[in-house]
Design a protein around this ligand. Structure first.
Ligand code: ZN
Ligand code: ZN
Length: 143
């Protein structure tokens, strides 16, 4: 019985939403059935996006724990928009419980220095030191 009520209410809500949707899209001939289809699809993709985002917050699967350098530098690397570049601690490196070792900083490697970092730029997915390496990577073509 409760399920039926819930379904009924859900249907009402969707039907109302459909009317709003149709008013907004007057030039399109939308059928209720198609609309339901769309809603269903967006729900599914939203759910997927969310679960993907969540898995980012938690730990990545073993294989992807350490971010790998993409073959090419990300196009936004030198955009100068520092707001999109954020350093994050490598997942899996837990204080006191070092499950994964720190990795080589890409700028230091390019300059033949051996120096490890525990941070990476979330946007570029590149391992970097906080500070000069981070700035260098995002402002100099040949870092
Ligand atoms: Zn460095
Ligand atoms: Zn970056």
């Amino acid at each position: 019985m409760i399920e039926k009520v819930v379904l009924y209410l859900l249907n009402c809500t969707l039907f109302n939403a459909f009317f709003v949707y149709r008013t907004l899209n007057t030039n399109k001939k939308v059928k209720y059935k198609n609309f339901l289809h769309e809603v269903g699809r967006s729900w599914i993709s939203e759910f997927r996006n969310r679960s993907e985002a969540n898995s980012d917050d938690l730990q990545l699967p073993e294989k992807q724990t350490t971010p790998r350098r993409p073959k090419q530098d990300p196009p936004g690397r030198l955009s100068g928009n520092f707001r999109i570049h954020k350093l994050e601690k490598i997942a899996g490196v837990v204080e006191g419980k070092r499950r994964y070792p720190a990795r080589q900083c890409i700028v230091c490697v390019a300059n033949k220095k051996r120096s490890e970092t525990r941070y990476f730029c979330k946007f570029c997915v590149v391992l970097l030191h906080i500070g000069s390496c981070f700035e260098r990577y995002h402002s100099v073509t040949n870092y």
